[in-house]
Design a protein around this ligand. Structure first.
Ligand code: AMP
Length: 420
């Protein structure tokens, strides 16, 4: 037997139904926000992710890099933003004053140690707003992500926000942070010790309890930002307050990828039951990436949610019915033809129908129909079908009527909200 590669998943029915609900919800939700769907390649040039200055673990340790048969160096995408910005620049989908907003759904790849909620192939749903910068966009994007979670039924989460500043302020901050940590080096966790020189920012979000205690008096990025930035940040928070979006400022929040500047945020939930991967999603602003990849000097802000984690949350998508309305079954084989033809006709007329292919006992079929959320059960029985009559059972009201085949369409349309 050949098994699936370590860290990958098969999406099987029941879970796949939830996935379909989630993607359907996403398309509808994004339309409301006027965000457009974009799809970019799953593999990109190696250089897109391995840019100068990208020191994150994700890029240095976790990418799947390979040579194709013509020796091109390629990388399976570990995240969505770089590919979208590459596409934005390459296709020149910008013009002065034009603002672009995109969303995506797709697989991403990171060579991480697989465990529950952490896989080597996982899906993300994300959005990016790219164009001239304004603090209302930060607020718009964060509230969009917040409403997305609420929209799929998740209530139990925390929104954490931090403000990193720009390249210069961050460089200064990193030096001070490094200097603060050096005398404490021996007491820090092994992982953090290795990061003091090269990537001290990541020590801030260390999960080690000892590290966290040692960080209590560490410098804070907010003390390094300009007055203008501080004001913009306050404006963004003010909008969130006005929209009753609750958040916490977390001075230790830095994101796994180095291109972030200014605002960063993360949605965390205790339900995932693991301190190191309790994030369902996050994002932030990137001021230099578009220009770095050859585009104009515009900024972007984006978020991404981990689909597997969203699907694993117990309340996600429970209240979004994608059920069927009508279940068809037959008692005797002679009626299978009639019932199948009527099923096909109803489907063509946009009813949400399901055909029970082989007649089980009526009791089992009622159970199956209820399991699929059906409101009506149509029973084809040779006692009446010869006269072109079908039994229509209302499963919610436990009542039953007999209808002629030609009366079915109007009756069901009247009782169910179905658009022609
Ligand atoms: P990141 O870009 O690392 O912040 O990822 C955004 C979201 O994607 C995270 O909050 C997770 O929900 C999800 N995610 C990231 N890495 C993985 C992984 N290896 N396995 C499953 N989900 C992941």
């Amino acid at each position: 037997m050949i098994s699936r590669p370590k860290g990958t998943n098969d999406l099987l029915p029941t879970e796949s139904q939830k996935f379909v609900k989630l993607t359907n919800f996403t398309h509808k939700f994004m339309k409301k926000y006027n965000v457009e769907f974009i799809r970019t390649p799953i593999f990109e040039s190696y250089e897109l992710f391995h840019r100068n200055g990208e020191l994150s673990d994700m890029v240095t340790k976790e990418t799947y890099d390979f040579l194709d048969r013509a020796n091109r160096k390629l990388t399976l995408r570990p995240e969505g933003t770089a590919g979208i910005v590459r596409s934005y620049v390459e296709n020149k989908i910008f013009s002065p004053g034009h603002f672009s907003s995109y969303y995506y759904i797709g697989p991403f790849f990171r060579y991480e140690r697989p465990q529950k909620n952490r896989y080597r192939e996982f899906y993300q749903i994300g959005a990016e707003l790219i164009g001239n910068k304004h603090f209302t966009q930060d607020a718009e994007l964060i509230s969009m992500a917040y409403n997305f979670l609420k929209g799929i039924g998740i209530e139990d989460f925390k929104l954490k926000i931090n403000y990193l500043g720009n390249h210069e302020e961050l460089s200064k901050f990193k030096i001070d942070l490094s200097n603060y940590l050096k005398p404490l080096k021996e007491s820090l966790s092994k992982e953090s010790q290795l990061r003091i020189e090269k990537n001290p920012l990541r020590i801030l979000d260390s999960k080690s309890e000892t590290d966290r205690k040692l960080l209590i008096n560490a410098p804070k990025t907010l003390d390094y930002i300009s007055q203008k930035q501080a004001k913009e940040f306050q404006q963004t928070l003010k909008i969130l307050d006005k929209k009753h979006i609750s958040y916490e400022i977390d001075h230790t929040l830095v994101r796994g990828i180095d291109y972030y500047s200014e605002i960063v945020f993360e949605f965390q939930t205790s339900e995932l039951n693991s301190s190191s991967h309790n994030a369902v999603g996050g994002g932030g602003r990137y001021n230099d990436l578009v220009n770095e990849l050859g585009g104009p000097k515009v900024s972007g802000v984006g978020f991404a949610f981990g689909v597997e984690r969203l699907l694993n949350l117990k309340n996600s998508l429970n209240s979004l019915p994608e059920n069927i309305d009508i279940f068809l079954t037959y008692i005797d084989d002679v009626d299978s033809l009639d019932s199948y033809i009527i099923f096909s006709n109803l489907r063509m007329k946009n009813f949400k129908v399901y055909f029970g292919y082989k007649s089980n006992t009526l009791k089992t079929e009622i159970k199956n129909a209820l399991g699929l959320g059906s409101k009506y059960l149509l029973i084809f029985d040779s006692k009446t079908s010869g006269k072109g009559i079908v039994q229509v059972r209302n499963l919610q009201q436990h009542s039953q009527v007999e209808l002629k085949y030609e009366e079915l369409d109007a009756y069901l349309r009247e009782n169910l909200e179905v658009k022609k």
